[in-house]
Design a binder for this molecule. Structure first.
Ligand SMILES: O=C(O)CCC(=O)C(=O)O
Length: 368
């Protein structure tokens, strides 16, 4: 049973005092609407064809699945998967351990706080596009230790080894997430292969980029928010990596910007499903065939919400550019190559503290 907590995001105001830190307040045009449409249109894709050992499924079934994936990636950039092969007990243990972590006293959570150098750990003052998010997070690297460039500077030659930080008094958190990571990673590779096939490429064409992958699992906790009409749990953003696999609870709050009309659509929770979205790297690899779509998280004035995204990211030394098989004279490369490790660090830096500049986006690498 989760107990009521004091969130320290706000305090009881004295007369005339502002109750909530204005850093949370979104510009008028980015505030969440309350009369939101639920996303009937987000495709729900059944992956059972991949998971039956003595498959009675034919090549036709696989071809149908690949074409569903292609359709979803092109029309939405988002879809949900069911019968995905991740055993529910691994997800449940991770979800429970995560709730226990966020339930710890603040001073214990702060012992594993991230800092400017190590982006893994607990953090409760994250920003998206320079506005503070109404959430607390705990980030872990799936490969531990993991190697990244020493800084986000383009001419950086040094490397840095990063390690996870685990709370000493909650050993089940580490155990649950290490086991969960193995399972979700298998699903990520299956999806990667389906995406390769859907682009007309050999199944394993993209796997090599993930040999020394820098994937990350995030735990999100969105406490109830007294200004749910003014703030967001996560401000609008696109994911910088290759794919995101999100486990959300039954509260709901994720909104996706529908490609056809730019409307914000609420993704209705489906029990035990994963919400998948293509990130910027797939957009660049596919030379804009599959676009990374903007999304954000609404908060709730009464209910807290938890979610666990898995960000599937390649090795830090990957140079991301349109795949040569997908470009030609009629469809020339739309992006110049950029280094994933530096892109990743630059984005994590802009989540850590307010910067005077816009955070790095793939359109900065667009060829006009
Ligand atoms: O909590 C969610 O539904 C989505 C979270 C998200 O977009 C993020 O953590 O980047």
């Amino acid at each position: 049973m989760v107990q009521a907590r004091s969130y320290q995001f706000y305090h009881i105001p004295a007369m005339g005092e502002v109750a909530v830190d204005p850093a949370f307040i979104q510009e008028v045009e980015h505030r969440p609407q309350t009369n939101i449409t639920e996303a009937e249109g987000i495709p729900l894709i059944d992956l059972s064809v991949l998971n039956s050992p003595n498959s009675s499924f034919s090549d036709d079934h696989l071809a149908n699945l690949v074409s569903e994936i292609a359709d979803a990636c092109q029309k939405w950039g988002f879809f949900q998967v069911i019968n995905h092969g991740v055993p529910s007990e691994y997800r449940e243990k991770a979800e429970l351990a995560s709730r226990k972590f966020f339930d710890l006293p603040k001073e214990q959570k702060l012992k594993v706080r991230r800092d400017e150098v190590n982006p893994f750990g607990y953090y409760d003052t994250e920003l998206t596009k320079n506005v503070r998010d109404w959430k607390e997070v705990f980030d872990i690297s799936v490969e531990d230790p993991t190697v990244v460039p020493a800084s986000h500077e383009p001419d950086e030659k040094e490397l840095r080894v990063l390690t996870n930080q685990w709370p000493q008094n909650l050993p089940e958190l580490r155990e649950a997430f290490e086991l969960y990571a193995e399972q979700i990673l298998k699903l990520a590779f299956k999806l990667l292969e389906l995406i390769a096939l859907s682009l007309g490429l050999p199944k394993s064409r993209l796997n090599g980029f993930f040999k020394d992958h820098t994937s990350r699992i995030r735990q999100n906790h969105y406490p109830p928010c007294p200004i749910a009409d003014l703030a967001l749990g996560v401000g609008r953003h696109k994911d910088g990596g290759a794919l995101t696999l999100l486990a959300q609870d039954d509260v709901g709050g994720l909104q996706v910007k529908r490609k056809t009309d730019g409307e914000w659509i609420l993704v209705k929770p489906t029990p035990d499903a994963y919400i998948i979205n293509v990130g910027d790297i797939v957009q660049v690899w596919s030379n804009d065939k599959y676009e990374s779509v903007e999304h954000r998280v609404m908060v709730n004035s009464e209910k807290e919400r938890f979610s666990i995204p898995f960000f599937f990211n390649p090795a830090h030394y990957t140079w991301v550019e349109p795949l040569e098989e997908l470009i030609n004279e009629r469809n020339p490369a739309k992006y110049k190559a950029y280094n994933w490790g530096q892109f990743f660090l630059s984005r994590r830096r802009s989540n850590f503290k307010k910067l005077d500049v816009e955070n790095l986006q793939i359109y900065h690498f667009r060829i006009n």
